[in-house]
Design a protein around this ligand. Structure first.
Ligand SMILES: [Zn+2]
Length: 391
């Protein structure tokens, strides 16, 4: 210790200055944009074989001047600050949702936004245990003492160490499409303000649709629920579980339009929430009225039929919305990662617009890119638009 102090004291002044400039951890910083990780990230592995780590940074400009986010670096403090993910230039605006969902790289005075980060890794051991973040921010006319360009080291977080839940499939049979699976589609972007806080309950949610043998979304009149092959399919328990909540009595909507006046109480339609244990709950939403086969408090075994796929609640066509979350509340919870233990991956639907055109092109086959590689998959989360067969 004595030797180290003597060595510092003897160092040239220029060297001391450069040491100070490089030691971000020991200096106070002006941070015109506050930043925090919404909830500690948790990883899952998808059918492309990559480990996905989706999380959100809540940014708030606390100055009276506009602040533009020029770059974000996510770093691994346990690997000497290795940059594990970065967003720059034109990648910022589409990733930053201001209030009301407007995309921009500039936070106005006093404005808050959510920056969506989708880091991904080749192997599980590459996923960091902790994260640190560096933001580069510019402002055309900052008030002194703020400079025109600020580099902030902010928003440290741990990464959840637990492995994703291993579950059975929520449905049976062939031709199921994982619509809006993680991490770029609408579920991921659904940051809901519930009970006074932001929640991303749907971070790993999937809307399950079914294609018929000719890869069509519907046959016949696409304004009728009965024209869709998944209408009436059995939704089944993904694990041995206890029924935590059921809701029944809401009508199925008509395909092609969302029902008016959806509320927090009706958004999920007729639904079942299973308590999977270990702080995890599973939601099955939009079931047919009168189709629920379980009641609150029931114990169910994996594969037990819970209800029939319908289109109740905030739904514009029959589908099963399935998600895993950290509380029994479908809205005021944090979406948790999971994998399905065994399924066949047939391919990927080429375009999300193919899935959204259920009225215009329901009777036309959707374009599917066949699986490149082995089709039998274990312990993976079907990626967005994956086409899978369940046992
Ligand atoms: Zn959904």
């Amino acid at each position: 210790m004595t030797i180290k102090i003597q060595a510092r004291a003897a160092a040239p002044i220029a060297l001391l200055f450069s040491l100070a400039a490089g030691s971000h951890a020991t200096e106070d910083q002006l941070t015109p944009v506050l930043a925090r990780v919404l909830t500690p990230p948790a990883a899952t592995v998808q059918t492309d074989g990559r480990w996905q780590l989706p999380y959100e940074l809540v940014l708030t400009n606390i100055t009276s001047a506009p602040m533009t986010i020029e770059a974000l670096e996510a770093r691994d403090p346990d690997r000497e600050g290795l940059v594990v993910h970065s967003l720059t230039d034109e990648m910022i605006a589409p990733s930053l949702a201001l209030l009301g969902g407007v995309s921009s790289s500039t936070l106005g005075p006093g404005q808050s936004g959510v920056l969506f980060v989708n880091a991904s890794f080749e192997r599980r051991e590459d996923v960091p245990k902790r994260l640190a973040h560096r933001l580069v921010i510019t402002s055309p006319d900052p008030k002194p003492p703020l400079p025109k360009r600020t580099v902030q080291d902010v928003a440290p977080s741990h990464v959840e160490p637990v492995a994703p839940a291993v579950l059975g499939p929520p449905l049976r049979g062939h031709g199921w499409v994982a619509a809006a699976s993680c991490c770029e589609a609408y579920h991921r972007r659904a940051v809901l303000a519930v009970n006074g806080a932001r929640h991303v309950a749907q971070r790993f949610a999937i809307d399950w649709l079914q294609l018929d043998a000719e890869a069509r979304l519907a046959t016949g009149d696409p304004t009728r629920n009965e024209s869709f092959p998944q209408f009436g399919a059995e939704a089944v328990a993904v694990a041995d579980a206890k029924v935590a909540h059921v809701h029944d009595g809401l009508p199925d909507g008509q395909p092609g339009s969302f029902p008016p006046a959806v509320t927090a109480a009706t958004a999920n339609g007729n639904h079942v929430v299973l308590d999977l244990g270990a702080g995890r709950w599973a939601l099955y939403a939009h079931l047919q009225p009168g189709s629920l086969r379980v009641k609150r408090g029931d114990r169910v075994e994996r594969g037990h039929v819970l209800g029939l796929v319908g289109s109740s609640g905030n739904s514009d066509a029959p589908h099963l919305h399935f998600q895993v979350m950290d509380s029994p509340s479908p809205l005021a919870s944090n979406g948790l990662p999971y994998v399905i233990d065994s399924f066949e991956l047939r391919g990927n639907v080429a375009s999300s617009s193919d899935l959204n055109d259920e009225l215009e092109a329901a009777n036309e086959p959707v374009s599917v890119v066949p699986t490149d590689g082995p089709t039998h998959r274990t312990n993976q989360l079907p990626a967005d638009r994956a086409l899978v067969d369940f046992p």
